[in-house]
Design a protein. Structure first.
Length: 563
């Protein structure tokens, strides 16, 4: 659903047909209507992209509207986060977010109109009794004993509910539809309840609040929405959506269209379940980089374009399917491969002393910021007698196809020289290798030999004298099971104990000292990394998050596990 995505889907076809027939006078107005009771996740991104892109494609408008009719769970921090995430994704909602609470007076008037038409009544059953009277999917419900109250009595009680004369649960306002309807949502649903709680935006003005189904359709109508796009769980609510608008004879009657929500393997996309992960301490918060929330993905280094490309790739349909997490990572890799400057970092440092390099001297070498993009320019990296390489890039007794450093073997240092390992120093007690002693060939400056000799291994490295130290957080899938909610197990039982690996004492290229949070670099041969926006400046050393690996290493792990 990118702006340049020419592939169609059934919603696009519906809108095109409406425009062909001049329905809605040729207007297209959509909306993204989050409830401000939590943080947005990648599943919400699909709805954001769909609604905004449909408006963009047909020269329409998309509103950002908060369905804030439940003050018990709503907070300003969620509103701020949602606005920030929508803007981060690059969508324009005309500069002013809208709120259902702005329409509370009009919604109350609509409710009074339904009472006056005999289409709503004040019910005094308890919540438990209402559920008992509702019936089941196979048995019809039965009428409330308060269903035949007079219009005058209902108006009086509803007014007194509004004025705060009753306690919570004493009364509610219900639509008067059909208790025998095969659609349980049409069995006299509650449309207003008493809730004596201040609202973040309206304060103590209201003692009653409209229910979601009542609020949503009328907010759509008030805003002149033409196409109300929502996920499949609202399909059974569509008859109620239409009933309310028809009974109130609203000037605008939006068309509700449902599409399949997103499921991604190795994760959960439920605010309730994500809240459990936070509340039970399985993760470090809603913005923990292992979480599928947009806040967390930003902190980890995901880009807006990668998320929009992913949403475009999975498409829009009526069929619920589980998307491979690897597709999301691949969209991210493809985007970062084009955009991320290159740097060098060593996560498991092993000291190398180049014994024939002059003691106390150093030099500046030229390094490319991107091997395929000359417009990214160049940078300088310093080189001296002592450097660090990756510990895994050396083996004393290497197998046949190990082409990196080994005793007596020559390799290339990226942008620098050829070096040859002469000897190995070890801890006398543990036997662990502590240092390599090598020599270098001064004629190979820049990484090429004038005599044309070739080496098979090229290693990244950093100068031990001026590199920066950092902690690096390596992230893996949060869950081990492809479907964490598989039957018979609580989803938390499938948590991956190795989803976070904190590497301390990492050595990074000095140029990374000026790295900005959320700005991603490729550490050559290691993956994509960015400074952690939350921990930046709060620890003795900077913290870098691994955004994604260079290749889908998880697929290889899973393949081995399945053998």
């Amino acid at each position: 659903m990118e702006e340049n995505d020419t592939r169609g889907h059934f919603i696009q076809s519906i809108i095109e047909e409406d425009l062909k027939n001049n329905k809605n006078d040729g207007r297209v107005v959509t909306r993204f209507p989050p409830e401000p009771n939590g943080y947005l996740h990648i599943g919400h991104a699909k709805s954001i992209c769909l609604n905004f892109h449909m408006a963009e494609r047909f020269n329409g408008r998309c509103n950002l509207r908060f369905d804030d009719s439940n003050p018990e769970k709503e907070e300003q921090k969620y509103i701020d986060s949602i606005i920030s995430n929508v803007e981060w994704l690059g969508f324009d909602y005309n500069g002013t977010p809208l709120f259902a609470s702005d329409y509370f007076d009009r919604l109350y008037e609509y409710a009074v109109r339904l009472i006056e038409k005999g289409k709503a009544y004040v019910c005094s059953l308890t919540g438990e009794q209402i559920r008992e009277y509702r019936g089941t999917l196979t048995e019809p419900g039965k009428d409330s004993p308060y269903r035949d109250r007079t219009v005058e009595e209902n108006i009086d009680l509803f007014t007194r509910m509004k004025n705060g004369e009753f306690g919570e649960g004493e009364h509610c306002l219900r639509a008067r539809i059909d208790m025998a309807s095969p659609n349980i949502n049409m069995r006299d649903p509650v449309i207003y309840r008493i809730k004596k709680m201040p609202h973040p935006r309206t304060g103590d003005k209201w003692k009653i609040y409209p229910m979601y189904d009542f609020t949503h359709c009328l907010s759509d109508a008030i805003e002149g929405i033409t196409h109300s796009l929502c996920t499949l769980e609202f399909e059974d609510h569509r008859p109620l959506y239409d009933w309310i608008l028809e009974e109130l004879e609203t000037e605008c009657h939006p068309q509700q269209i449902e599409f399949a929500r997103m499921d991604i393997n190795f994760t959960v996309l439920s605010k309730r379940k994500l809240k459990r992960l936070v509340d039970e301490g399985h993760v470090g918060g809603w913005d923990d980089p292992r979480m599928p929330t947009l806040q967390a993905m930003r902190r980890r280094g995901f880009t807006p374009d990668s998320i929009k490309t992913f949403c475009s790739a999975i498409g829009i349909s009526k069929k619920i399917s589980r998307i491979d997490y690897g597709l999301l990572e691949n969209c991210l890799r493809n985007d970062l491969n084009e955009k991320a400057p290159r740097r060098m970092g060593v996560l498991n440092p092993l000291e190398v002393e180049i014994e024939n390099y002059p003691e106390g001297e150093s030099e500046e070498l030229t390094a490319l910021n991107h091997p395929q993009k000359p417009e990214f320019g160049e940078r300088t990296v310093s080189f001296s007698r002592r450097i660090y390489i990756e510990r895994d890039d050396f083996m004393e007794d290497p197998p046949k196809k190990f082409f990196r450093l080994a005793p007596g073997r020559e390799v290339r240092l990226r942008f620098a020289y050829f070096i040859t390992c002469k000897s190995v120093e070890k801890d006398p007690e543990t036997g662990e290798i502590t240092k390599l002693v090598c020599t270098y060939d001064p004629a190979t400056k820049g990484g090429d030999a004038p005599d044309g000799r070739k080496v098979k291994g090229t290693l990244h490295w950093v100068n031990a004298h001026d590199c920066m130290e950092a902690d690096v957080h390596l992230y893996d899938r949060l869950f081990m099971a492809e479907n964490p909610e598989e039957k018979g197990r609580d989803f938390t039982e499938n948590l991956n104990p190795d989803s976070l690996n904190v590497k301390k004492g990492c050595k990074l290229e000095k140029n990374l000292e000026t790295a900005e949070p959320e700005y991603v670099y490729q550490f050559e041969r290691l993956g994509y990394f960015c400074v952690d926006s939350k921990l930046s400046g709060k620890q003795d050393v900077p913290v870098f998050n691994r955004t994604v690996t260079l290749r889908d290493s998880w697929a290889k792990i899973q393949k081995k596990r399945n053998k």
